[in-house]
Design a protein around this ligand. Sequence first.
Ligand code: PLP
Length: 415
Amino acid sequence: MSQQDLQKTGFHIEGIRKQFPVLRESAYGHPLAYFDNAATTQKPQVVIDAINLYYSTYNANIHRGVHYLSQKASQAYDNVRTGVATFINASSDKEIIFTRGTTESINLVASTFGKKFLKQGDEIIITAMEHHSNIVPWQIACESSGATLKVIPMNDSGELDLASLNSLITNRTKLISVVHTSNSLGTVNPIAELIRIAKQFNIPVMIDAAQAMVHEIIDVQKLDCDFLAFSGHKMLGPTGIGVLYGKSEWLEKLPPYQGGGEMISSVSFEKTTYNEIPFKFEAGTPNIAGVIGLGAAIDYINDLDRELIHQHEMALLKYATTQLKNIPGLRIIGESTNKEAVISFVIEGLNALDVGMYLDTKGIAVRTGHHCTEPVMARFGIPGTIRASFLFYNTTEEIDRLVKGIHEAKKLLGS
Ligand code: PLP
């Protein structure tokens, strides 16, 4: 669908852009074209206002205060837990644990599941396109338990070879942890199908949904995943806040992750008993402002016409793919038929970092390097890529500037 056609449906890009104050900024005298949304998204004014309002009118610690401010802050915090549960269709608020982000959510499961359930000779399965945060925690868990890590391979288009899953699964497979949407390739994995296969063998599945939440509607009950992790800052919310969803039957069985206040029921020098879920996993004063900001981000997303937003992002992906492919020497890494609006590419004879730095001088923000997916780069035999990741507030005019900038970089940098 063209942007003109989208306008007719009621999608007004300028109105949306006005809600994101950073998008009014310029860089080196050029209007900012922000294509680093897979690293972190920009924040709408309502999110900034919600955090500001908390700090300026009801800042207090939560859950243990009898006073007005503490009760107001506790109420706001608890409401967001309910909002998150509704957003992903969890069956109960108890299944929502606030963490620092996807990384901490995965570490929480790898550490506690590892301690309780992993033994010498057991196996964990991940995929060839994981972010480091869904590799290293499992390596640490394997190291301390004697378990081994197995990897579902991918093809040259950056698609998982799901057919190999059956041969990777054995009676020692204890968990499968898989990225929903690849941050470096854009691939959207066939999660539902993968979970269906895993369930035939009674194997729990964890989903890294860091890149999915802002683009896709996620229903954890429909997916039937056992754990799901995501970050606030990649879905219009603040940094330092994230979520771990876990089925309550799993969360009940797992030991605590960290010890401290809030996660206990009673403490004595002889014996400590733990709080019920989700508090068992939330030791210490949480990121209250972060939770409140995340709640505002979810409210904002809920108010969007998500079908239209997705159509716009797919139109941006299609437009950018066509334009970039016309550039001689440019190769797109990751050409799955099911992608989010992320394009990774290399340019023959040019260093990705040099291109990124040139684009930066024109106010165009892309990311270069391995994108915390070194095994993906190794699979494609490259040190890194240039990555443009789009969100619904991006425009085709910005993509035209990107394409022009790449042509200029090629001339200047000698490709
Ligand atoms: N998983 C994926 C797919 C990601 O893209 C990222 C961040 O880029 C992460 C996990 C880690 O997220 P965070 O740094 O917010 O914990």
